[in-house]
Design a protein around this ligand. Structure first.
Ligand code: SF4
Length: 296
């Protein structure tokens, strides 16, 4: 039977190889993980507790969800021995109402053993992996101290999708050095990946990050769109995006207290979506209406 399935973010306490010295130490220059972590999703509580809290919270707020997906969002959620990963994922799947997991991670943080586990779970539950790709341009990945190149992301997406697991990818729009044309051209590369879903975010500069320091020193490297400009750019991206790729998000504002650069102010996701839909109607635009170009 159909029904709303709600994603619930959990923090399993995994680390990040780009912070602990395995890949790097400083982390990605934009990273401020707490800016996107819901309040019920606190360290110190196990995943099952967080899920039960999250389910209560959503029942009070929305009352519509019937089933839930545990969304391992913070840090790199495949960065642990595979036995530990099994324990954590299975503890989530045992919570009443949870029908699947969505695992956010870095493309350099999966190997055959991790994918074996995810493939095994996917035979019984919904399983998706969401990779932070951020940009298809190696120069941008280097500048943000990402610690992997685009080829690594391409490999991870193919290896994961090849096992029948749904794959999502996250991209940041507006990184220094990337023009509107580059972002529109990048869609051909995105179309070439076996992705089920994508998320886009406009660049936001968070306080106490390496990016904030760079922004203070070199503001000329950064550019910011008004919300209206961003929506128009995003529509050009969407027109070229393969129509079978689900867009889970096209923008998002972190709470104002985290911002150290220009921001759009408090705006809810529903408002953003309504603005996008209205503008698409005005322009007669739809996803994939410009024939998708798929890179060789
Ligand atoms: S964005 Fe992800 S990969 Fe980068 S430092 Fe933060 S947790 Fe690590």
């Amino acid at each position: 039977m159909g029904g709303r399935v709600q994603k619930l973010a959990v923090n399993a306490g995994f680390g990040c190889p780009n912070r602990d010295g395995t890949v790097g130490t400083g982390g990605c220059t934009f990273c401020r993980n707490d800016a996107f972590t819901p309040s019920y999703c606190m360290m110190g509580h196990d995943v099952a507790w967080q899920l039960r809290e999250g389910i209560e919270f959503h029942k009070r707020r929305y009352r519509k969800a019937e089933k839930y997906l545990a969304y391992f969002q913070s840090f790199s959620n495949t960065y642990a021995p595979v036995e530990r990963l099994r324990e954590v994922y299975e503890s989530a799947l045992e919570v009443d109402g949870v029908v699947g997991i969505v695992v956010g991670t870095r493309p350099d943080c999966v190997d055959g053993a991790v994918l074996d586990l995810l493939e095994e779970l996917s035979r019984k539950y919904y399983v998706a992996v969401e990779y932070g790709i951020e940009s298809c341009r190696d120069e941008s990945l280097r500048a943000m101290n990402r610690g992997h190149d685009f080829e690594c992301a391409r490999r991870a997406v193919h290896d994961t999708a090849g096992r029948g697991i749904a794959v999502g990818a996250h991209f940041i729009l507006g990184l220094p050095g990337e023009t509107d044309e580059m972002l529109i051209d990048q869609v051909a590369t995105i179309n070439s990946l076996p992705l089920t879903s994508v998320k886009f975010h406009q660049l936001q500069i968070f306080a106490d990050t390496a990016m904030e320091r760079d922004y203070r020193l070199h503001p000329e490297r950064y550019r910011f769109w008004t919300l209206e400009e961003y929506i128009d750019l995003f529509i050009e991206i969407l027109r070229r995006l393969r129509p079978d790729i689900a867009v889970e998000r096209f923008a998002g504002e972190a709470p104002p207290r985290y911002h150290a650069g220009p921001a759009w102010g408090l705006i809810r996701n529903e408002q953003l979506t309504a603005m996008l839909e209205k503008r698409m109607e005005e322009l007669g635009a739809c996803q994939g209406c410009v024939p998708a170009i798929i890179e060789d």
